[in-house]
Design a binder for this molecule. Structure first.
Ligand code: ATP
Ligand code: MG
Length: 649
């Protein structure tokens, strides 16, 4: 093991080859595609790019001057054309693009032809509001059809969208608008939140009081609450858009023109405006969406249950699925409104074939109990996906059995806002999976593991995950902050090596296991231990639904492990169970990983995208002032835990 590498302690030996029934109709069933891509990765990506419509052929596949990559240089294309016109021209105008399901139960069915018409009308409305190529448009909308519509309308005319998650505060919106001087804001009167109206427009107005770049606000009517409209600035969508012409020719864009900015969620600090461009991005999201989800556009009903406010929604609700002519489900609400079986009701109603969600959701479903999915016919499902955090093997098994009926392959997909598209994941018809492993880098992608000094860690072994070759959908920069771009991702190891900020290990078979953020790695008596493995050991106990661990300062061992545990369904957390769980961890992985303290809690502090915020738990465990809490989904959770933590004997 190299210098300060991360120790891999958890040993997971269950394996799941692709089910024969799945494999019989799968797009990829063998390893040739990996060999192909390895032989010539630029040629591989060029062949994938050629699946799209280009109005001008590129001159150079890749221009790589670390840390700056340009893909398909000289080529021109339009993203909206590739997502819409192309399919309508090929005779698929009547195919459903989105089955949209509103939170209150209202629905809309939108075909490719309708979406194309709506996008052209909206693009003309943008022009009327003075928005043109290169202008930034802030979008602060709930999960309604107008959201993909406005994104595609921007793409059609070459405006750069910056979507801000509708659950974010006015301060978050203000900062994002100001950072990139957005000219237009698109919002709604309100959004539905478990039957209540969240006043989106009021929030937007608050943000606008401290911004001066916005010229107009385009407002969608959704919840019909009263809102103030500022004369000359604010315009109703339903008054401006429907009357526009459905003719708006797509603007030819350079492959390297900006498509969008997306600010990372801020799990760790001040959000960064991640820049994504046109040609390489669309190439990789289309490729990964098709192959990782084994998409069959004529028969599948695909559902990515993320919010479009996150990169997962950009790449796998909007751009990837539309580029591939998928029929998708889009859902406005939460998984437990009006009841804890809403997801399963939707799967049954639309005959969903692929479901893509996050470990945090899966652990909630486990906590709520098996009876909710059991009430519904989920037999249409043929593949399950997960993204956002490492998935604990036990949550993976639960997903496989309770949702997938034991028959669906699971694709655990590792990627980031910065990577734009999936990087490490199985190909479901070809890869034997292991619960909790994202398996291997996709064809055309190269990833490896370094130790602290930048030496490659052999197999088996753990350390820092790096990407040692450029990829088409990689970020092109951080808006307005070249230095931070270089420092954050490229200076750790130098030489064009991308530092992902995540720990990982490879087992003896070369499988990748993500170990959580390197900032969260614990150091106990000189052993560098990942949070993920200790959490997974806890979750493997039948009484546990979810767990978070942190290393708190300890005079004796450097750090000691503090665990926060959410019991399953009707289990009561008591002293006896705490003792049992600590022993369980010692047995499952090692006595050095045994939590020094363990607190039961009904909830864990999470970001609005559902990720556990360990740094706040660490502050609690060390009895420090809490760090930045602005991206917390529910501030009450930390207060409760803090109070109870101090009460502990
Ligand atoms: P910020 O960078 O602002 O702190 P963030 O990292 O939470 O925010 P995202 O880009 O949405 O924002 O998340 C990417 C991160 O999520 C990865 O770096 C990794 O830590 C985690 N992640 C995503 N998918 C997986 C996965 N399949 N397995 C393990 N970890 C994952
Ligand atoms: Mg990140």
């Amino acid at each position: 093991m190299g210098a300060d590498a991360i120790e891999g302690l958890l040993d997971e030996s269950r394996t799941f080859p692709p089910p024969p029934e799945f494999q019989a109709n799968a797009l990829v069933t063998g390893a040739e595609i990996y060999d192909d891509a390895n032989a010539d990765f630029e040629g591989f990506w060029a062949r994938e790019a050629a699946q799209l419509d280009w109005s001008r052929e590129w001159d150079t596949i890749l221009d790589w001057q670390p840390p700056h990559a340009k893909w398909f240089v000289g080529g021109q294309l339009n993203v909206a054309h590739n997502c819409l016109d192309r399919h309508v021209e090929a005779g698929h105008g009547e195919q459903v693009a989105y089955h949209w399901e509103g939170e209150p139960g209202d629905t809309r069915t939108i075909t490719y032809q309708q979406l194309l018409d709506d996008v052209q009308r909206t693009a003309n409305a943008l022009k009327e509001l003075g928005v043109g190529k290169g202008d930034r448009v802030a979008i602060y909308l709930p999960m309604i059809p107008e959201l993909p519509t406005i994104m595609l309308a921007c793409a059609r005319i070459g405006a750069i969208h910056s979507v801000v998650f509708a659950g974010f505060s006015s301060a978050a919106l203000r900062d994002r608008i100001n950072d990139s001087s957005c000219k237009l804001l698109v919002t709604a009167d309100g959004s539905w939140r478990r039957g209540n109206v969240f006043p989106l427009k009021d929030n937007a107005d608050e943000a606008l009081a401290e911004t001066d770049s916005i010229e107009h606000v385009l407002v969608v009517r959704r919840t019909e609450n009263d809102v103030a409209m500022t004369e000359g600035r604010d315009v109703w969508w339903h008054e401006l858009v429907p009357g526009q012409s459905t003719e708006c020719p797509p603007e030819p864009m350079d492959a390297e023109d900006l498509l969008y900015l997306l600010y990372t969620s801020g799990t760790t600090g001040k959000p960064k405006g991640i820049m994504h461009t046109t040609g390489g991005y669309l190439t990789q999201v289309a490729f990964t969406h098709r192959y990782v989800f084994d998409l069959e556009p004529d028969t599948d009903v695909y559902w990515c249950a993320a919010d479009i406010g996150w990169v997962t929604g950009h790449s796998y609700i909007v751009y990837g699925p539309l580029a591939n002519r998928a029929t998708s489900v889009m859902y406005e609400g939460t998984p437990n409104h009006p009841a804890e079986d809403r997801f399963w009701e939707i799967v049954e109603k639309y005959g969903v074939t692929q479901l893509y969600t996050a470990p945090t959701a899966i652990r909630s479903f486990m906590k709520w109990g098996d009876e909710h999915p059991a009430r519904h016919d989920l037999s249409s499902l043929r593949l399950l996906g997960t993204v956002g955090e490492p998935i604990n093997p036990e949550a993976w098994m639960w997903y496989r059995e309770q949702i997938g009926g034991g028959r669906c392959p699971i694709v655990d997909t590792w990627w980031q806002t910065e990577t734009g598209a999936i990087m490490i994941a199985p190909l479901p018809g070809a890869t034997t999976t292991k619960p909790g492993s994202a398996t291997f880098p996709l064809p055309g992608i190269s990833a490896t593991i370094y130790d602290d000094r930048g030496n490659e860690v052999g197999v088996p072994g753990g350390g820092y995950l790096v990407l040692d070759r450029p990829w088409p959908s990689m970020l092109r920069g951080i808006w307005g902050d070249e230095q931070r771009f270089a420092d954050t991702y490229w200076s750790r190891f130098g030489g064009g090596i991308y530092f992902a900020g995540d720990g990982a290990k490879r087992d003896t078979d070369g499988y990748f296991w993500l170990l959580g953020r390197v900032d969260d790695v614990m150091n106990v008596s000189g052993h560098r231990i990942s949070t993920t493995e200790v959490e997974s050991a806890l979750v493997s106990h039948p009484s546990v639904a979810e767990a978070a661990v942190v290393g708190r300062a300890d005079a004796q061992t450097g750090q000691a492990i503090a665990a926060f545990v959410t019991p399953r369904g009707n289990v009561e957390g008591d002293e006896a169970l705490a003792k049992e769980l600590r022993e369980h961890v010692a047995k499952m992985i090692s006595p050095i990983a045994k939590p020094a303290s363990l607190l039961f809690t009904a909830d864990l502090p999470k970001t609005r995208s559902g990720k556990i915020m360990r740094r706040l738990l660490k502050d609690i465990a060390e009895d420090k002032e809490l760090g930045d809490t602005t991206t917390l989904a529910d501030a009450g959770v930390v207060d409760t835990i803090k109070g109870r933590y101090l009460d502990q004997p």
